[in-house]
Design a protein. Structure first.
Length: 186
């Protein structure tokens, strides 16, 4: 399954909870990039240039990383991708990877929240963790990119009839329940 949503909608937060409940591995492209930035690997050095400005890491880099990750054994029982795909080129890549493995997506959860709530949450996280891409200007740029490039990704999955739209506003526990209900009803 996939969890898609604008920055701050609760993707990472909910991905951890849902994957634990379902007993499947959660894979966050953002977390993998941040771990590489911290470790100063070549991938991290490349990714940092884009992440600090709130831009997407280029598809060629991101797709290769996801292809490698999905080749590992722990995804055999199922997986939850958090933050990927974010562009139509990434949708095509994921289709190709899954097609070759004779696998298919069961459900794509889209988390929604209004922009002012998203900015408030991310500025709150900036105070707590100091994430370099959580300044107001960069947050607003990430929101614009979501509208320009990721909403069309959501539409592609809606056309396939596997999209479950979930309200991301309110208490985190309530949102978890809503997502589990949406999965059960999909
Ligand atoms: P991500 O790590 O995916 O960052 P994000 O969009 O901000 O989401 P995140 O999961 O961290 O936050 P969440 O909504 O859970 O990506 C970071 C960067 O990596 C991107 O900008 C890009 O540069 C790069 N990248 C990643 N994937 C890529 C791809 N596929 N292609 C290209 N580039 C890629 O939570 C945010 C905050 O809200 C938290 O503080 C949380 O505590 C809070 N929160 C969550 N739920 C809440 C609730 N119900 N109520 C109140 N607060 C809540």
């Amino acid at each position: 399954m996939l969890i898609i949503g604008p920055p701050g909608s609760g993707k990472g937060t909910q991905a951890e909870r849902i994957s634990a409940k379902l007993g499947i591995v959660a894979i966050s492209t953002g977390d993998i990039f941040r771990a590489n930035v911290k470790g100063e690997t070549p991938l991290g050095v490349e990714a940092k240039k884009f992440m600090d400005n709130g831009d997407f890491v280029p598809d060629s880099v991101t797709n290769r990383m996801v292809r490698d990750r999905l080749a590992q054994d722990d995804v055999a029982a199922g997986f939850l991708l958090d933050g990927y795909p974010r562009t139509t080129a990434q949708v095509d890549e994921l289709d190709d990877i899954l097609g070759a493995a004779n696998a298919k997506l069961d459900v794509v959860v889209q988390l929604t929240a209004d922009d002012e709530e998203l900015v408030t949450r991310l500025l709150g996280r900036a105070r707590e963790t100091g994430r370099s891409d959580d300044t107001e200007t960069v947050i607003r740029h990430r929101l614009d990119l979501y509208r320009e490039q990721t909403e069309v990704v959501v539409s592609r999955y809606a056309e396939r009839g596997i999209l479950a739209k979930v309200d991301g506003l309110g208490d985190m526990d309530e949102v978890t329940v809503r997502i589990l209900d949406a999965i059960n009803n999909s």
